[in-house]
Design a protein around this ligand. Sequence first.
Ligand code: ATP
Ligand code: MG
Length: 565
Amino acid sequence: MTDIKTEEGEKKSLNFIEIAVENDLKEGKNGGRIQTRFPPEPNGYLHIGHAKAICLDFGIAQKYNGICNLRFDDTNPVKEDVEYVDAIKEDIEWLGYKWGNIYYASDYFQQLWDFAIKLIKEGKAYVDEQSSEDIAKQKGTPTQPGTNSPYRDRPIEENLELFQKMNSGDIPEGAMVLRAKIDMANSNMHFRDPIMYRIIHHPHHRTGTTWKAYPMYDFAHGQSDYFEGVTHSLCTLEFEVHRPLYNYYIDLLKENDDYRPRQMEFNRLNLTYTVMSKRKLLALVKEGLVNGWDDPRMPTICGYRRRGYSPEAIHKFIDKIGYTKYDGVVDVSLLEASVREDLNARSTRVSAVINPVKCIITNYPEEQVEELEAINNPEDPNSASHIIEFSRELYIEREDFMENAPKKYFRMTPGQEVRLKNAYIVKCTGCKKNAEGEVEEVYCECDFNTKSGMPDSNRKVKGTLHWLSAAHSLPAEVRLYDRLFSVENPALEEKERDFRELLNPDSLKVLTNCRVEKFVAEMKPLDYLQFQRIGYFNVDVDSTPEKMIFNRTVGLKDTWSKINK
Ligand code: ATP
Ligand code: MG
């Protein structure tokens, strides 16, 4: 981000793309029009890296009164599917954006074809019949020029005829390609007669079997930008080396100097403890290593949604990391910190006991039930509250009791007092164990003067525990998620070990024996909760009143960095 002083003397902070866009506007380029596009290939679900691109593409359009269109880059029918098209739309809307139009690169197949024919007629393209291996061998290296294909100078008429054949279904896949005739000695490898078209016999999800010859990314992307009137084509840094080729085709295509699209590149997002390549994410899904694209451990937008991240939390994170010209890996703790910050303000506080043990208040009347007030969100001054019942038989966390506790243990242990949140101070008197020595019941005595509003309500004790009335709580399943990979940068280690071997075997723990307060039964799937003292949770989409299921979104604190550093 760079601080800029406006002509009015105000200071504003802009990233390098915003600066370039403002300069283009100042120079009156493209008639002062701003148009961007988000161009996903519908071959998988969107991930948090795409969210970064989305926020920029749509964000720039919003900021400069332009439009951002959604363009499906569907030039490879083998991997693409309508399922992905629908999911991509849903995720963009969930992030809070509206596209101007929806386009498909396949809408331009005819225009691209016509453009290819034009280039053939001008002697700027030829059909090559060599194998892909031979073509690769002739490419040369960055320091050594390539060699010309023996088919490079075949007559235009022959090229036209063969190109038609490439699309008729008579030619097997891989037997021919159409190449641009540029310069096999160019220092930019992308200029060494790049492939424009290849043959694919697989039917296309939109155009069916109409086409057999399909344009390559480089022959489709810039031209699609041009056909649509895109002014700023924002993409990730790996396309920087493609930019001269992008401009080469645009120059051959453009009809006047009033308009041309401009490609600009920014750093892609990589996150620790996960992978972002769609190929690998697809493999995890297909091989059942996760439970679908929306598995809450996945770095996909639908995974994060199901896990309980809000769109605002994702925006907060993207704002924090910003846009630069340098690739790097972002610590996932930064994403989690944004989520915590967001959920602290947003979530409803409730009580849940995820590893329960019975706790009996022996001096509390057997039939008595008190309705205590619990504030839904203490961070919100206008927060509503709800009722939580207190009675003689409670559940507390097993970890909150210890028979022989060390000195600094401020939870429940015989002889020690603790406060039960929103209720009383109790003193632990002992416990009952089964034959295996496992604690079955914990016993306490209540100090009746310590309830809020009573004379001793302000008396201080070191520990405060959460609890649930056994008779007034409900059973629930709780899913605890951890990082999907056990190594910080799976992509780096991949050379020695397959990424599947780097999966964290403890990334999901299912607790089936949990209890939640009754109030939680009113919650709807995806509602944001904080289980007090435990973490942020949400209601899973598969949760029903009969079987409630909760996902741990993120812990209250970053415990991971302490454990592993
Ligand atoms: P893959 O190569 O794994 O299939 P992709 O990056 O090619 O994925 P696309 O669907 O082509 O995925 O991407 C659509 C847009 O999102 C592109 O403009 C691309 O640059 C951007 N994008 C993809 N991944 C990231 C990322 N990790 N960080 C930022 N932008 C990304
Ligand atoms: Mg791509």
